[in-house]
Design a protein around this ligand. Structure first.
Ligand SMILES: [Zn+2]
Length: 248
């Protein structure tokens, strides 16, 4: 068996027996892979096998799709997430989305970059977690092939007086063309402009927009519904995040 090198972020870590784990790792080289990690009770192996550990892995590729961890060196551990329940809940939700929208052998690095950027920002407190959530939901769906079109009304192409966002088709309509349909969210020109920016800006600029808190709260509900419809699965991590934020 050949030894393979890969750099990736652990997005899921499940105990397997007394001292082993099955990891889901989002790698630069091979997309999402499953890794069996044995003897991870202590030292660098314990660290490297934890969720949100970003590491250089040395792996053996088995007969099936499962890889086996031979060595690991952690590059980034995202320490500030681990002692903060709210940040950890956001991070878990982002990782859960990533887990559900990408397949194996997907060489597209956009999702990994987005996730790493989002985790770095969650650690730093320079951008509100709610804003990171909005951006993550929209950009992860874009990376997954569900890029919404905020360029203008899908019927008459006007860029003004935008009134609705069709969450299923990812299109917007103006006040004149608006239709009654299920899964429609009300939006306005300000929200359309912000969403257009988020879906089209370069990765290093996607968080650089300003929006009043109230509007961001509303948009967070909209992007959450958009992501949920396209993931097509109820994510427990989202339920948990809501519970933490609601203080229930
Ligand atoms: Zn129109």
């Amino acid at each position: 068996m050949a030894l393979i090198k890969a750099q990736g972020l652990v997005i899921k870590s499940t105990n397997f027996g007394e001292a082993s784990k099955i990891l889901t790792v989002l790698t630069r080289e091979f997309g999402k892979i499953q890794v069996a990690a044995n003897n991870v009770r202590r030292g660098k192996f314990m660290r490297g096998a934890q969720i949100f550990s970003y590491s250089n892995f040395a792996l053996f590729k088995g007969q099936k799709s499962l890889y086996r961890m031979n060595d690991v060196d952690c590059v980034e551990f995202f320490d500030p997430l681990r002692g903060d329940l709210e940040k950890l809940s956001y991070a878990n939700y982002f990782a859960d989305i990533a887990c559900n929208i990408t397949g194996e052998n997907n060489e597209d690095e956009r999702l990994l970059s987005l996730l790493l950027n989002s985790l770095h920002l969650l650690c730093r407190d320079t951008v509100s977690a709610k804003k990171i959530k909005v951006v993550f939901e929209l950009r992860s769906m874009t990376a997954a092939g569900f890029m919404p079109d905020f360029s203008g009304c899908c019927d008459c192409r006007t860029e003004r007086n935008i009134a609705s966002f069709d969450l299923v088709n990812g299109t917007v309509r103006c006040g004149n063309c608006i239709k009654v349909a299920p899964n429609i969210a009300e939006i306005n020109d300000t929200l359309r402009a912000a969403c257009l920016y988020i879906t089209q800006a370069d990765m290093n600029k996607i968080f650089s927009f300003d929006m009043p808190d109230e509007l961001l709260d509303y948009l967070s509900g909209v992007t959450e519904r958009y992501a949920a419809i396209h993931i097509d699965k109820r994510l427990q991590s989202l339920e948990y995040l809501k519970k933490i934020l609601g203080g229930v």
